[in-house]
Write a protein that binds this ligand. Structure first.
Ligand SMILES: [Mn+2]
Length: 346
């Protein structure tokens, strides 16, 4: 937060008290945390009788349809939303601080009268808000929102609980990543207590694969390259393969998880050729290598353990650049004996 967390929370409470209209925004390619934290705040503000609109930048994925966000979250359209954006009392952004990740919207908001509030947990060198509710230690932006609602004496109801559980569960990899603390599980237990069905939510979000995508994962897995004795694994997803197999829109988290399941891999990289000829890079690390720092060097960002960036094509050249960069960063860590295959116990 900009000052102390309690001071920032107090300022937010004042802002909610005196403001009537709120515009909320997720980031482009919205994920479970950005959407869940935004919807949690939406329902809380509506409880308080505020006028609220929530925006994203593409139709919501089917995996999040059960959250009921479809009738609430609107796809940003300058012709429809610019007047509201310019006239709103408060603008809030969830789970990101880079103003480039809300195409077209920041230019409208910046020129308007709204007080800007950034709610985020990603490491950032500078924050764009007039108030920044920034908690880098939070496991998810949804956790920041949960604490705000609690601090402001809001009533968590089933819809808020479901939205915030999705935010926290997705950002912790369904409670498997190392941001899963005892407090995370206590919060999740509280939220589940509102009558949520964890197995149903898991199925809705994670078990929606079409067979062509499973085939794609097989083909990509078969093509994985090993560097530095398997400490670094990487693979590419050419557009031609996606077309050949007839794969619809998809996310790459499962493939990254599969690659990261290797016992020796300290870092994995997946490069996906986009329809516009660009290349989306996703990096994952076990923690010795800060992949968000690497991603920032090439115009991206992320966390210590997960980073991403969009590069210029062609795919082969982008891959060569990334492989060279990761090897150069990983080599000294390995030579220092800090990373290596974990020994079998006994
Ligand atoms: Mn997040």
């Amino acid at each position: 937060m900009n000052s102390s967390p309690t001071e920032a929370t107090r300022r937010f409470a004042e802002i909610v008290e005196r403001s009537a209209t709120f515009l909320l925004s997720g980031h482009v390619n919205i994920d479970g945390d950005s959407l869940g934290s935004m919807l949690g705040m939406y329902h809380f503000l509506r409880q308080r009788g505020k006028q609220v609109r929530a925006l994203c930048f593409e139709p919501l994925a089917e995996r999040y349809a059960f959250l009921g966000g479809d009738g609430i979250v609107e796809v940003f359209d300058p012709a429809v939303h610019s007047d509201f954006a310019r006239g709103a009392d408060v603008f809030m952004m969830f789970d990101f601080s880079g103003t480039g990740r809300m195409p077209g919207l920041w230019d409208v908001v910046r020129g308007g009268r709204a007080l800007k509030v950034c709610v985020d947990h990603h490491p950032a060198e500078s924050l764009p808000g007039d108030l920044n509710l920034h908690v880098a230690s939070a496991p998810a932006t949804g956790k920041i929102v949960l604490d705000l609602i609690r601090a402001l004496g809001g009533e968590v109801d089933r819809r808020i609980a479901e939205a915030l559980l999705v935010a926290i569960a997705t950002d912790t990899g369904w409670f498997r990543y190392n941001n899963t603390t005892a407090q995370v599980l206590r919060d999740a237990a509280d939220l589940l207590g509102f009558g949520l069905d964890a197995a149903f939510i898991y199925r809705e979000i994670y078990q929606r694969n079409e067979v062509p995508l499973i085939r794609l994962m097989g083909r990509v897995a078969a093509s994985i390259k090993e560097e530095l004795d398997g400490r670094f694994l990487w693979a590419t997803i050419p557009r031609s393969l996606v077309e050949e197999l007839g794969v619809g829109p998809f996310e790459t988290d499962e493939l990254l998880d599969l690659m990261r399941s290797s016992h020796a891999a300290e870092c994995v990289a997946l490069l996906r050729e986009l329809t516009d000829g660009g290349v989306r890079l996703n990096l994952r690390s076990r923690g010795k290598l800060d992949v968000s720092a690497l991603a920032r060097r090439i115009g991206g960002g992320g966390h210590l353990h997960a980073g991403g960036a969009t590069l210029d094509g062609p795919l082969g050249a982008a891959a060569a650049r990334v492989v060279a960069m990761v090897k150069e960063a990983l080599q000294p860590i390995m030579s220092a004996g800090l990373a290596g295959p974990r020994r079998t116990r006994g």
